[in-house]
Design a protein around this ligand. Structure first.
Ligand SMILES: Nc1ncnc2c1ncn2[C@@H]1O[C@H](COP(=O)(O)OP(=O)(O)OP(=O)(O)O)[C@@H](O)[C@H]1O
Ligand SMILES: [Mg+2]
Length: 255
């Protein structure tokens, strides 16, 4: 079966997109499924987070969108996690993204690029920048499933409607393959948690059963530029992302 492509997206900053993309793709690879992590964020946080050192001349995901484009296979590198590859990114992607607005069939650019390598992977996970711009649009067009990380704090649901509007614009009214992931959940903050859940009540059927607790090792692994399963595999955060991986695989079997 060709890879299932999962986009991790929300235009809100700092909600756990990169932590989710890294931990989920590592958990998938460690369960002996071949996974590609596509860093679609010019901040390059997934690339840095997996310890990759990029040099000026290195080819990155940017080259897949330049003219003439490079095949994505040329961009992909292995990581220290067996079974996990990455299509890295850095700030130079921001420049090329602006030029994408002028390109014909621009929305399909990433989808078409990924089609060439889809048979080689079980899952492709895409980490998005915090925006509703062109990079996120081409990510949405390429996705089989969109996970929207929602941080458990005041105003968590703000902007969700805008993101859903963009998804509908690109994929049509019938597209329903999106889910909300609650992140940085602190069970002691009962009043905040109740308020967030109330604000998400119109979409309560869209909330994934697995949720991600506030877990300091997830933060520390980012600082150490490694994945959570190398850093602290028994931590609450690591276990939560393992449960998320299982839920996604099980949901995939049912559909
Ligand atoms: N469950 C968690 N527990 C503790 N710290 C977390 C957790 N999830 C994310 N963090 C920390 O919160 C910060 C933001 O997380 P992350 O970088 O994943 O967000 P993001 O949505 O990718 O941000 P951006 O919008 O800038 O791309 C990081 O410092 C990260 O280490
Ligand atoms: Mg990020």
């Amino acid at each position: 079966m060709p890879a299932k492509t999962i986009l991790i997206a929300t235009h809100k900053g700092g909600t756990g997109k990169t932590v989710t993309a890294m931990a989920l793709s590592t958990a998938i690879a460690l369960s002996k499924k071949k996974c590609l992590l596509v860093d679609l964020d010019p901040q390059g946080h997934s690339t840095l987070g997996l310890g990759l050192e990029l040099h000026e001349a290195d080819i990155t995901i940017r080259e897949v969108f330049s003219e003439p484009p490079q095949p994505i296979a040329r961009v992909i590198r292995t990581t220290h996690v067996p079974g996990l590859d990455i299509a890295p990114s850095n700030i130079r992607l921001a420049r090329v993204a602006q030029a994408l607005y002028m390109r014909p069939r621009r929305e399909d650019l990433l989808k078409r690029a990924l089609d060439a390598i889809r048979p080689q992977y079980d899952f492709i996970i895409i980490d998005c920048p915090p925006s509703l711009g062109i990079l996120v649009e081409i990510g949405i067009a390429a996705a089989d499933l969109i996970i929207i990380p929602c941080q458990m704090e005041a105003r968590a649901a703000d902007g969700l409607v805008d993101l859903l509007e963009v998804i509908t614009l690109i994929r049509g009214e019938q597209f329903n393959a999106w889910q909300i992931l609650l992140t940085r959940v602190d069970s002691r903050r009962t009043i905040t948690n109740e308020a967030v859940l109330a604000s998400l009540s119109p979409w309560k059927n869209k909330i994934l059963k697995s949720c991600i607790p506030q877990s300091e090792p997830l933060n520390q692994a980012q600082i150490q530029r490694t994945d959570i399963y190398t850093f602290e595999p028994k931590s609450k955060g690591a276990l939560a992302y393992q449960a998320l991986k299982q839920e996604i695989i099980n949901n995939g079997k049912q559909s």
